[in-house]
Each structure stands twice: as C-alpha cells, then as structure tokens.
Design a protein around this ligand. Structure first.
Ligand code: CYC
Length: 197
C-alpha cells in the first residue's frame, strides 16, 4: 500500500521505459507506437525532490525524441506535485534516457521550469492519479495555434496511462491530442533501483 505523499514509490514506479505497442497494433490509425522513458537523475539534482529525465519518442526513432523534459517530484501539503522543466540544447542529450554517460551531462543549469504546468498527484487506492493544476494556464503553441494543456496520467507498479490534449482557450475545443482515449503504456524496463531512498 502507498499513500498520497509517498514520493519515493511514485518515483520508483515512474522510473521506467514504457511502451504502448499492444495499443498501437490494435489501433494503428489512432495510436502510434510510442516509448516513454524516464530515468532517475542524481539525488538532489533539484533540492528536496526526486528528478527524472524524460524522453518521449516514436518507437522507430528513439534517438530523435519529440519531447524531452525533466520532471521533479516532491511533497506539497498533503499530496505530491510534479514540476515540468524544459531542457536547453536537448538535441545534445538525445538518447540519454538509455545511456548513463549521456545522462551525466544533464546539469541543473540546463533546465528551465515551465510555470503553471505542474501536476497534482494523489494516491487512489491502487494507483497514483495526476491532473494538471487548475487554471488552464499551461500554454502550448502547436501549428501556430495557442492552446492550453488538459492532461492527466495514472501510474501503477506496471503501467502508465496518459492523456494530453491541447484546447482552444476561447472555446475549450480539442485542438490536438488523442481523440479515442488515453495512451496505454506497459513497463518494458525498470530503473527503480537507481533511485536512492
Ligand atoms: C505536452 N505533456 C505536454 C505538456 C505537459 C505534458 C506538461 C505541456 C508542456 C510541455 O510541453 O512540457 C505532460 N505528458 C506529460 C506527462 C506525461 C505525459 C507528465 C507522463 C509521463 O505523457 N502526450 C501523451 C502521449 C503523446 C503526448 C504519450 C501523444 C503523441 O500523453 C505528446 N505532450 C505531447 C505533445 C505535447 C505534450 C506532442 C505538446 C508539446 C509541444 O508541442 O510543445
């Protein structure tokens, strides 16, 4: 059993490579085969939190991830928050989620906080459930269109379910992101041993 401030368990469960291969095979037009790889950064990379380096990539192009971020997990009041950081010159780090020598080059001066893009996380009995913070203020420009992020994810010991959508600030209509439901990922590699308690 876990609880709503158990950052270590959440970090251990997230510290993995995840694949949605089964979903992509079942539903080729709707879901590409994607890998999400989250690798622990050194303890106190950002003080008072557990940080993970994240790469999201099409399975056929793992060395050209389409999204590179650092996630920082910490306890706030009676829940967990996940902060979202951009990474400067991320191209030089491509592949670092599967290469510890490259991972060592991820330094704190390269990361830049994306404000208003925090997730609020609670223990839900058998999983952690996360939702983007209220306010519709995590802005994403895609194809020259400004959107706000509507996002949630759920983590168990063996799965990651995530659903990111961009919405029009005036109408709340979906502009980008999956239409048929969340991405369903299964753990294919486990890096939890790299997290020090
Ligand atoms: C955007 N995804 C975002 C943003 C956040 C997350 C905070 C907006 C700010 C940013 O660009 O960082 C957060 N997404 C998450 C988190 C997870 C996650 C914490 C759990 C690990 O998945 N999103 C998905 C699919 C994939 C996807 C796996 C569908 C193809 O859930 C992609 N997320 C995606 C894209 C963007 C995004 C394409 C917009 C990035 C951009 O265009 O700049």
């Amino acid at each position: 059993m876990s609880h709503s401030t158990d950052v270590t368990t959440l970090a251990r469960w997230m510290a993995s490579e995840f694949s949605n291969q089964a979903q992509a095979i079942e539903n080729p037009p709707l879901y590409a085969h994607i890998k999400v790889c989250m690798r622990p950064l050194p303890k106190d990379f950002l003080p008072g939190s557990i940080s993970l380096y994240l790469e999201q990539a099409y399975a056929f192009a793992l060395m050209q991830p389409y999204r590179v971020r650092v996630l920082s997990l910490k306890t706030v009041d009676n829940h967990i928050e996940v902060e979202n950081y951009k990474v400067k010159d991320a191209e030089q780090l491509y592949g670092a989620s599967r290469d510890l020598e490259k991972l060592a080059q991820v330094s704190v001066d390269r990361v830049e906080r994306m404000s208003r893009c925090n997730f609020i996380v609670d223990w839900a009995g058998a999983s952690f459930k996360a939702e983007i913070e209220p306010g519709n203020a995590c802005m994403v420009v895609r194809n020259d269109k400004e959107t706000y992020l509507d996002s949630k994810f759920e983590v168990t010991s063996s799965t990651l379910t995530s659903w990111d959508r961009g919405r029009d600030p005036a109408t709340d209509e979906r502009v980008w992101g999956a239409i048929a439901g969340p991405f369903e990922f299964v753990k294919v590699a486990d890096y939890s041993a790299e997290i020090s308690a």
